[in-house]
Design a protein around this ligand. Structure first.
Ligand code: PMP
Ligand code: GLN
Length: 378
């Protein structure tokens, strides 16, 4: 078989979660909460099903949900968006990114990606006929050198993908980052594809700099969000895209033939649930406590934490204790020590191995306490 993605195996999230189950290990690898979501939201979904909201939703998403999203965007980013022409409900952030790239990338177009990157970016760009141009961000700060970015831009560059708060590093954009992004995008007429799925999971009084807040940048930008992250329901695979009408029109051309529309009862439920800002406003505070709990539980471990300002991932360095590759280290921790993590080298196209492992702290305190007990002995 002449593979379209010869170098691609099974995603690391499937690999490590399976390894965790097979070895009865605590699974801090794939990012998902192990605590229940708000029963109010579950009840709203159940009610929607019982009331008969079980057939196809409109292709771009339920109007009531798109209206609430537009309102939330207005309240959060002071950006007025048209619910009919600028908001599209998707089957999670992953499908959103895929549909956007399918819709906009022509064969040979270059797309700038910062590594370490969420693992769907590179294959999604290539399946759309594009050429990913990877720029490595270095530990411990994972900050972007915008001069380096500008040096990579040429006539074929079409899109620049950014992700803040950043998976896996927990780095977040500064005001200078968003200013530089705007300057470069406007100067070179690039589309910015901004993955903001962790928009509300940000700590230490840092501010989330969304592309939606800056009018000139927003004109050239597509922002991607995920309800899975915000409402502790990653298995629901539902999110949305905010983009100017002309881009939205193109994105929907792909979206309609990838999923057509997203499941109806959850859209009905979210349209109601999202009307209450308390349902999402304190997410940063909630996860900051989780991060701090995790850090306190691992105190004394020889694995060293890096700074984490957002997302629900904590990087730990094992540089001081082993020269092993990070995949081998993650395997050893899962099989022998019964704790699963993600090796960060998989997020680098060139497999840069900085002896870092990613641990998810979207977990109950008792899960993290057990994880801490193990990690303190390492
Ligand atoms: N982007 C990033 C950076 C992510 O971490 C994730 C989820 N791991 C996604 C996109 C995809 O989100 P979803 O689960 O809604 O597809
Ligand atoms: N976003 C999650 C993570 O980074 C997992 C997504 C997935 O399993 N595809 O762990």
């Amino acid at each position: 078989m002449h593979s379209k993605l010869p170098d691609v195996g099974t995603t690391i999230f499937a690999v490590m979660s399976k390894m965790a189950v097979e070895n009865n290990a605590i699974n801090l690898s794939q990012g998902f909460p192990d605590f229940p979501l708000d029963s109010k939201l579950v009840n709203l979904v159940s009610k929607a099903m019982q009331e008969g909201h079980n057939q196809y939703a409109p292709m771009p998403g339920l109007p009531a949900l798109r209206q609430v999203i537009a309102q939330v965007v207005q309240n959060t980013y002071q950006k007025s968006v048209d619910a009919d022409t600028e908001v599209t409900v998707t089957a999670g952030g992953t499908q959103a990114l895929f549909s956007i790239l399918q819709a906009l990338v022509h064969t040979g177009d270059e797309v700038i990606v910062f590594d370490p990157a969420y693992d769907s970016y590179n294959p999604a760009i290539r399946l759309s006929g594009g050429v990913p141009i990877h720029i490595n961000l270095k530990a411990p700060s994972f900050s972007i050198d915008w001069q380096e970015v500008e040096a990579k831009i040429n006539a074929r560059t079409k899109i620049i993908m950014v992700n803040t708060p950043h998976n896996p590093s927990g780095a977040v954009f500064t005001e200078k980052d968003i200013q530089e992004l705007e300057r470069i995008a406007l100067k070179h007429n690039l589309i910015v594809l901004s993955d903001e799925v962790y928009e509300r999971i940000i700590f230490d009084n840092k501010k989330h700099y969304s592309v939606l807040e800056r009018p000139a940048l927003a004109n050239n930008s597509i922002a991607v969000f995920s309800f899975g992250k915000t409402f502790h329901a990653t298995g629901w695979k539902i999110g949305y895209v905010v983009a100017p009408a002309a881009l939205t029109k193109e994105i929907r051309k792909a979206h309609q033939f990838i999923v057509f529309s997203v499941n109806t009862p959850i859209q009905v439920a979210l349209a109601e649930y999202m009307k209450t800002p308390e349902h999402y406003n304190s997410l940063g505070k909630f996860y900051q406590q989780k991060r701090d709990q995790f850090l306190s539980f691992i105190k004394g471990s020889s694995l060293q934490p890096l700074s984490c300002y957002g997302s629900y991932f904590q990087l730990l360095s094992y540089e001081g204790i082993s020269k092993k590759g990070d995949m081998a280290m993650a395997e050893e921790l899962t099989i022998q020590h019964k704790i699963a993590s993600i090796p960060v080298s998989v997020f680098y196209q060139d497999k840069s191995d900085n002896k870092l492992l990613r641990f998810c702290f979207a977990k109950q305190d008792e899960t993290m306490e057990k994880a801490g007990e193990i990690l303190r002995k390492i």
